[in-house]
Each structure stands twice: as structure tokens, then as C-alpha cells.
Design a protein around this ligand. Structure first.
Ligand SMILES: Nc1ncnc2c1ncn2[C@@H]1O[C@H](COP(=O)(O)OP(=O)(O)O)[C@@H](O)[C@H]1O
Ligand SMILES: [Mg+2]
Length: 324
């Protein structure tokens, strides 16, 4: 529109998913409770429907992720939930052993080392090692393992994420050269390569939280040299609801009550759409370094099983809805 400020590019959800399907590691983040895990499940199903072998790896404990992907509960071992879809909860103890095994190249030696109580206690005292093992495991499966084309990392919320993703860099800056630094160097290179790793940041449709999310994007870019594919604004109420006029005759008051509810929904939806549009034209959005932004509607019946994920993808016009 003439005279309007430039805006961060808005893209459709399927276009963003197409783009992400070419990456090996997709890091999903944002504040707690905004829909990170929901987006990770949508992405898992959508990318797997594009023919990719996908692992959805979470550091959370929410079994809803398992339900959304068609399993009964999360497990610390990888579970296959579709032809080309897996889910796994990443916990430090398992990751230290598994990832340590990969580094040491022998599960037997690794178990002897890492299952030793004294060693475990010692390792717990090393700051960042838990996070390094989680990230290392996700990175290994994404880049080096060969079992998957893509890992969706439903990682920790905002503050902790910066810390977790920053561990390889911290190791490179502080630890003398050795096996740990060679791993950290490979990991850092993968995180910085936009062909390999992209972050997706999720936030609610409110001005200030979106500004904060943009700051997270800018920090990922400046401090960790990572790339943010998109900011996903989740949970928008409908803004295309008609404004219902006050009824002229309404003996029982039903029409007035109905009009009030419809108008309330529309008012919230329009206010959110306005906030989000203003944010997309703000310096905060333009300067956050994200490639694009998109929106996900609020789903009144929730998103808690495989059928609701499929129905959600259908509403978004994504072919992932066809996956059995
Ligand atoms: N678009 C949506 N429509 C309806 N409910 C949603 C939507 N996105 C998230 N939720 C609900 O919000 C809650 C938090 O979502 P979740 O994905 O677990 O967030 P996070 O992983 O960021 O903590 C869950 O109960 C989830 O079902
Ligand atoms: Mg979560």
C-alpha cells in the first residue's frame, strides 16, 4: 500500500515449512507456554509428509507432544510414530551416555566411564555439560548420525536456550584444544550455517512479547551467529467476524447476548491483528534478523492428538494433513 512503512515479509505456513524442510536442524524457541511444542509437532508431521525422516527431540516433559505425534507417552529412547517420523525426549543422563558414546566411539567404554557414579557426580559439577550433551545429541542426530534428514529441537525456553546454544562457543573460548573442542567447533559451524540450522521463534499476538521475541532473534544472530527463518505468531483469534448490530426487537435478550459474544470475539481478533501488523512494521521486527513471519490461528478445541494436528495442518493449507 502506498505510503506504508516496509514490513517484515509475511509468508504462508506451508512456504516456511518448505524452506525448513531443506535444513537439518530446526531449533524451536520462545517463552514458556506460547506454543513451541505445538509448532514442533506440526513441523514434525509436515516435514515427514514431505518425505523427510524427521526426529522431534524435546527437552520438555510434556506428554502432549507424544499424543500429538501418535504415541502414548514420551520416552527417553527414540520412538517411531510414523513411516518417517520419530520422537524422543532428551535428558542429560541419557544424552551424556549416548553422545559420550559417540564421541568415545565405544558404547562399552562410554558406559563404563559415564555410568560410574563418581564420574557422573564430577560431570554434574562441570557447568554447561548437561546442555552440551543435549545439544550434542540433537546436533549429532541431525548432522552426523545418518538416521534422520532433519531434527526438530523443541528446546528450552528463551533465556536457557541462549545458554544451551552458547555452550559450544563457551567451550571454544575456554577449554584447551582436545576432543571436546573439536566437537564444539563442528557444532558451532553447524549452528552458524544457514543451510544446516535455522531457528523458529514462537510468540503470542501481543506487541510487547513480540518485541521481546525479536530481541531473542537479534541475540541469536549477533551472539551465536545463528539464523532465524521465521517468527511464528501463535493463537490468533479470528478477525474476519462480522460486526453484529444491536438487535431492534429482542424480547428475551438472546440476540443481544449473541451479538455481544460475537462482537467480543471479533474485537479481540481485530485488536490482535492490528497489534501484529503494527509490530511487523516496527523497527523491532525489521531489525530482528528473521527471514519472515507468519501466524497460526487459535484452535478452539485445542491441539492434543494426531487428528487435531492433521486438522490444524489442513486449515493451514499444508500437505502434512495427508500423512496417515
Ligand atoms: N494455536 C493453538 N490453538 C489452541 N491451543 C493452543 C495453540 N497453541 C498452543 N495451544 C495450547 O497452549 C498450551 C501451551 O502450548 P505448548 O505448545 O505446550 O507451549 P510451549 O511448548 O511453548 O510451552 C497447550 O495446552 C496447547 O494445547
Ligand atoms: Mg513445550
Amino acid at each position: 500500500m502506498a505510503g506504508q512503512q516496509p514490513a517484515l515479509e509475511k509468508r504462508s505456513v506451508p512456504a516456511i515449512f518448505d524452506d525448513l524442510s531443506r535444513r537439518r536442524l530446526v531449533v524451536v524457541s520462545g517463552k514458556g507456554g506460547v506454543g513451541r511444542t505445538t509448532l514442533a509437532a506440526l513441523l514434525g508431521v509436515a516435514l515427514s509428509a514431505r518425505g523427510k525422516r524427521v526426529l522431534v527431540a524435546t527437552t520438555g516433559h510434556d506428554d502432549r507432544l507424544a499424543w500429538m505425534l501418535g504415541a502414548e507417552a514420551l520416552s527417553d529412547a527414540r520412538q517411531q510414530v510414523g513411516d518417517s517420523l520419530w520422537v524422543q525426549r532428551l535428558v542429560p543422563q541419557t544424552c551424556i551416555r549416548e553422545y559420550g558414546g559417540m564421541v568415545i566411539h565405544s558404547q562399552r567404554v562410554s558406559s563404563a566411564v559415564f555410568d560410574n557414579t563418581v564420574v557422573r557426580r564430577l560431570m554434574r559439577a562441570i557447568p554447561g555439560l548437561d546442555d552440551f550433551s543435549l545439544l550434542g545429541k540433537a546436533w549429532h542426530e541431525a548432522v552426523r548420525g545418518g538416521d534422520f534428514d532433519c531434527v526438530i529441537f523443541d528446546g528450552p525456553a528463551t533465556g536457557h536456550l541462549i545458554y544451551t546454544l552458547g555452550v559450544p562457543q563457551a567451550i571454544l573460548e575456554t577449554v584447551p584444544s582436545g576432543p571436546l573442542t573439536s566437537e564444539a567447533r563442528l557444532m558451532q559451524a553447524a549452528l552458524e550455517d544457514p543451510e544446516v540450522t535455522q531457528a523458529v521463534l514462537v510468540g503470542l499476538p501481543e506487541a510487547w512479547p513480540l518485541t521481546e521475541l525479536g530481541e531473542l532473534g537479534a541475540t541469536l544472530r549477533a551472539k551465536l551467529r545463528m539464523h532465524v527463518a521465521a517468527i511464528v505468531v501463535n493463537g490468533l483469534w479470528p478477525s474476519d467476524v462480522p460486526v453484529v448490530p444491536e438487535p431492534s426487537s429482542d424480547a428475551q435478550g438472546l440476540a443481544a447476548a449473541f451479538a455481544e459474544q460475537v462482537n467480543r470475539i471479533g474485537d479481540i481478533g481485530r485488536a490482535q491483528a492490528g497489534d501484529v501488523d503494527a509490530w511487523s512494521r516496527s523497527q523491532a521486527a525489521l531489525g530482528c534478523g528473521a527471514g519472515a513471519w507468519t501466524t497460526l490461528p487459535w484452535r478452539w478445541r485445542g491441539v492434543s492428538d494426531r487428528a487435531s494436528v492433521r486438522a490444524f495442518l489442513q486449515v493451514l493449507g499444508d500437505r502434512g494433513d495427508q500423512l496417515a
